[in-house]
Design a binder for this molecule. Structure first.
Ligand SMILES: Nc1ncnc2c1ncn2[C@@H]1O[C@H](COP(=O)(O)OP(=O)(O)OP(=O)(O)O)[C@@H](O)[C@H]1O
Ligand SMILES: O=P(O)(O)OC[C@H]1O[C@H](OP(=O)(O)OP(=O)(O)O)[C@H](O)[C@@H]1O
Ligand SMILES: O=C(O)c1cccnc1
Length: 488
């Protein structure tokens, strides 16, 4: 487990309105009413066919450290209108809820629960902000990284984003999310140390500028390092950078591993081809060409189409900031709550926009695959007490256009939401990061290529079971008939 935030108490990293609601529940003696909240996002990020779930490890670090300190309570006394009794309740507060979640590296899709928090309404409310903050960001970055991986083929991908990330924590956890999504290496030394991600680096333009010319800079670097990748575009890539890199490599011979050169500007298709010719001609066919400069899945894909001779891709800004879509937009919605008689009542959020109507009830997501080849059939969202593994066949229908349907036989059904905490106790063994990365690769294999293409992928089916669908329709009808008071 990471130590980056493990000692950090993020209990107060919540929105003021969560504490205000907790206070209302407390003063009305409702704080212990049982509730179920679910996390889901409405639209696929980047128009991708799948998202890669990430953030669970940080969520666990956060939950493990929940505690209002004396100074937190003093702060709230000064800045809120809370009673001493409520403040005392906060001082003794412990998270005793149950959390179920997708595992890091799992593929997740829009309009299905990817995490579920069950417990007292007060504790569920408190953790909303931090959970959404963590899962929204890390899932977004892991997905962007997976898109970049999908065009890079088997080429090494280096993550260079720390200097452009939205502050420290985003750089570190973002680096980890990139690794889950398909990057191989990070330039961030702390992320390497904390998360056990391979680190590597070349050098900056400042090294060349400080020596005043390519030759002296490369020579000095070569005299002080065994592994050398020279940045060749400070003055003139083809006239000075590459010839001087070759000169130093020849002079140093076996004393260094001349791993290659990095280009960081100009027309990288044209330049990389000329650089390749020069390296080959000089007797360095194994020296690699590294490229960086605002790269993303579009530029990498275009450079590949132009047959650019690039072996290693360094990607920073565009991946770590999820440049073209800065938010995943995952939400945390109440789906079921205990009424005053102790009965669980499912809740729904209606909207004029049919797409935005939530699906009531505590649920489970079942990943349905064909028995014969393990390929994906779709996700089947049921009420929590249903178990499609007991069925011989499954009737799957589109939740809005119900005439789109299929019946499948010989299928496997795997629950997506796994128990992470049960009644406040961590019951999930956190996998190593490498295990997570392997898992992410494996589950992508299960997806048909139609869902994986970068541009205009097919929409992966996320269907409701008949029971979940009937429950939703029943609630919509009840509310339309004016029985909103059914909860009191
Ligand atoms: N052949 C190419 N095809 C597609 N995109 C390319 C190609 N060569 C470079 N690019 C990308 O085009 C963008 C602009 O690159 P370029 O280096 O020309 O401009 P720049 O960033 O203003 O240059 P500099 O870094 O020298 O200031 C970058 O994102 C780069 O990765
Ligand atoms: O382009 P990105 O995908 O964000 O990748 C990171 C960038 O960071 C460095 O540039 P920077 O100008 O910060 O430093 P330098 O002087 O070493 O080029 C590097 O040369 C990359 O261009
Ligand atoms: O090692 C590199 O080449 C590197 C590291 C961070 C940012 N840009 C490049």
């Amino acid at each position: 487990m990471s130590t980056i935030d493990a000692t950090d108490n993020l209990t107060m990293h919540t929105d003021d309105y969560e504490i205000n609601m907790m206070a209302t529940y407390f003063e009305k003696n409702m704080q212990n009413r049982h509730a179920v909240f679910e996390v889901y996002f409405r639209d696929m990020p980047f128009g991708n066919g799948y998202a890669v779930f990430a953030g669970l490890e940080h969520v666990v670090d956060y939950i493990n450290n929940i505690k209002f300190t004396d100074s937190d309570v003093d702060y709230l006394r000064e800045h809120g209108d809370y009673s001493e009794k409520f403040l005392e309740y906060l001082r003794n507060f412990k998270f005793k809820g149950t959390i179920r979640s997708a595992q890091e590296g799992d593929l997740v899709f829009n309009k299905e629960p990817i995490m579920q928090v069950e417990g007292t309404i007060a504790e569920c409310q408190l953790v909303e902000t931090a959970i959404l903050n963590i899962v929204n960001y890390q899932t977004l970055i892991a997905t962007k990284a997976a898109r970049i991986r999908s065009v890079a083929g088997k080429d090494p991908l280096m993550e260079f984003g720390s200097r452009r990330a939205q502050e420290v924590s985003a750089a570190l956890w973002g680096t980890r999310a990139c690794y889950i999504g398909g990057f191989d290496i990070t330039s961030n030394v702390l992320a390497g140390k904390e998360f056990n991600i391979p680190i590597s680096g070349t050098h900056a333009h400042s090294l060349v500028e400080s020596f005043g010319n390519d030759y002296d800079a490369f020579k000095a670097y070569a005299e002080t390092h065994r592994n050398c990748v020279f940045l060749v575009d400070t003055f003139d890539t083809l006239k000075s950078g590459v010839p001087n890199a070759i000169k130093v490599a020849k002079e140093m011979g076996d004393k260094i591993n001349f791993n290659g050169v990095r280009i960081d500007s100009g027309d990288m298709a044209y330049i990389s081809k000329r650089v390749r010719e020069m390296l080959d001609k000089a007797g360095f066919p194994d020296a690699k060409i590294y490229a960086s400069n605002d790269l993303d899945e579009y530029t990498i894909s275009s450079l590949k189409m132009q047959h650019a001779k690039i072996d290693v891709w360094g990607v920073g800004t565009k991946v770590i900031t999820a440049f073209d879509q800065p938010a995943l937009g995952a939400v945390y919605k109440l789906v079921s709550v205990e009424d005053k008689n102790g009965k669980m009542v499912d809740t729904i959020k209606l909207s004029n926009n049919a797409e935005k109507v939530s699906t009531p009830g505590k649920k489970q997501v079942w990943r349905i695959t064909e028995k014969k080849d393990g390929k994906s059939e779709g996700d089947y969202v049921t009420l929590a007490d249903e178990d499609p593994r007991k069925e011989d066949s499954l009737y799957m229908f589109h939740p809005q256009y119900t005439y789109i349907n299929k019946t499948i036989h010989d299928f496997n059904a795997e629950p997506l939401l796994k128990d992470i905490y049960r009644d406040g106790k961590l019951v999930y063994e956190m996998p190593s990061l490498d295990k997570i990365k392997k898992h992410a690769n494996k589950v992508r294999e299960m997806l048909w290529p139609e869902y994986k293409r970068m541009l205009n992928p097919e929409a992966y089916p996320v269907d409701l079971s008949q029971e979940a669908w009937d429950n939703k329709m029943k609630l919509i009808k009840e509310i339309r008939n004016g029985s909103e008071k059914r909860l009191q």
